[in-house]
Write a protein that binds this ligand. Structure first.
Ligand SMILES: *[C@@H]1O[C@H](CO)[C@@H](O)[C@H](O)[C@H]1NC(C)=O
Ligand SMILES: *[C@@H]1O[C@H](CO)[C@@H](O)[C@H](O)[C@H]1NC(C)=O
Length: 291
C-alpha cells in the first residue's frame, strides 16, 4: 500500500473514532413537566444571583448578612451532570466564617431557594413532585465530616420541621456505626435514615426524590456518573404535610452543644464548598419520573 493511501485509511479510521456519539448526546432530557428549573445557564454570572431580576433563586436568603450571593457561588470547571446539557454549567455553593445568618451563630450556612417557591401555595409542595439534583465534591474545598451537614431539604411553612433532609457528615445523636460520616444520607421527617450511599470523590452522584403530598410517601432514585437513575427505595411512608420550601446549599452544624442554632464550636478559616448540577423539580403526576 502506498504511504498516502495508508495515511488516508488511518485518517478515515480516526474520523470514524471521532464520530462516536459526543458525550453530551447521552445526556438525559427532562421528560416530565418542569415545575422549577434550577439548572444554571452557561452565560450566568455570579452577580446574577444578587438580583431578583436575574436570579433563579431568592437573592436575599439564606446567607450571611455581610455576604452577597456573588461572593458565595462559584462555577467550577467541571463537565455538567446527567441532566445538564451544553447550555448549563455546574454551580458551587461555599461557606466561610462569614456564613452566619442573622443571629444563628452556631450554623455556617448558605442556602438557595427557588424564586417562585412561595412558603405557602407553592406548586412544588402539592400533588406528586420529584426533586432532582446531582452532587460532586470540590477536593480543594472539602467538607469536614466530623460535623453534621444539611445540604438539601424541604422545610415546613411554619419552620417547625423538615419533611426530609439530604445530609452528610456525622449526624448528631445518631449511631455512627449505622450512619458513617462519609455517606450521603436521606433522612425522614422524624430524622430516621431512609437511604445512604458513600460519597464519591470524583464522580457526579445523581439523586431524585419523589414526594407524594397526597399519599405521604417519599421515594429515592440514584445513579453515578451518567448512568440512568434507578429506584433505590420503594415509596416509603413520610409525613409530607405542612407545605414550605425547598432549599439547597450547605448548612454546617457546630459540634459540642445541644443548642446547634446559636452556640457550639466551628473552627475558623472555613473554606468549604458543595458542587451541584441538574437541579430541577418536575411533575410526577401519573408516575412520571425522568431517569
Ligand atoms: C438544554 O436545556 C434547555 C432547558 O433548560 C433547553 O431549552 C435547551 O433546548 C437544551 N439544549 C440542548 C442543546 O439540548
Ligand atoms: C474538623 O472539625 C473538628 C471539630 O470541629 C475540628 O476539631 C477539626 O480541626 C476540623 N478539621 C479540619 C481539617 O478542619
Amino acid at each position: 500500500m502506498h504511504a498516502s493511501t495508508i495515511f488516508g485509511f488511518l485518517a478515515a479510521a480516526a474520523t470514524a473514532v471521532l464520530a462516536v456519539p459526543h458525550p453530551h448526546k447521552e445526556k438525559a432530557a427532562v421528560k416530565c413537566p418542569l415545575i422549577f428549573d434550577g439548572r444554571i445557564k452557561s452565560r450566568t454570572l455570579p452577580t446574577d444571583f444578587d438580583s431578583s431580576s436575574t436570579s433563579l433563586f431568592n437573592p436575599d436568603n439564606v446567607k450571611g448578612s455581610s455576604l452577597k450571593w456573588s461572593q458565595i457561588v462559584k462555577f467550577p470547571k467541571e463537565k455538567g451532570s446527567r441532566f445538564d446539557n451544553c447550555s448549563h454549567k455546574p454551580l458551587e455553593v461555599t461557606i466561610s466564617d462569614e456564613s452566619v445568618f442573622k443571629t444563628q451563630y452556631g450554623f455556617r450556612r448558605a442556602g438557595l431557594i427557588f424564586a417562585a417557591d412561595t412558603n405557602t401555595g407553592s406548586p412544588a409542595s402539592k400533588g406528586v413532585k420529584t426533586l432532582h439534583f446531582s452532587v460532586k465534591q470540590d477536593l480543594k474545598r472539602p467538607l469536614n465530616l466530623t460535623h453534621e451537614y444539611l445540604n438539601i431539604w424541604h422545610e415546613t411553612s411554619d419552620w417547625s420541621a423538615n419533611q426530609f433532609n439530604f445530609q452528610t457528615g456525622t449526624i448528631i445523636g445518631q449511631d455512627t456505626r449505622k450512619l458513617p460520616k462519609n455517606t450521603f444520607k436521606i433522612m425522614s421527617r422524624e430524622n430516621k435514615l431512609i437511604w445512604q450511599t458513600p460519597i464519591e470523590k470524583k464522580e457526579w452522584q445523581n439523586f431524585a426524590i419523589t414526594l407524594d403530598f397526597n399519599k405521604n410517601t417519599l421515594q429515592v432514585y440514584y445513579s453515578k456518573g451518567n448512568e440512568p437513575l434507578r429506584s433505590v427505595t420503594k415509596a416509603v411512608p413520610n409525613n409530607n404535610a405542612g407545605e414550605g420550601q425547598y432549599q439547597f446549599g450547605i448548612l454546617k452544624k457546630p459540634t459540642g452543644t445541644d443548642d446547634v442554632v446559636n452556640k457550639g464550636y466551628q473552627e475558623s478559616g472555613i473554606d468549604e464548598g458543595q458542587i451541584y448540577g441538574g437541579i430541577f423539580i418536575e411533575d410526577s403526576a401519573g408516575g412520571c419520573v425522568s431517569l
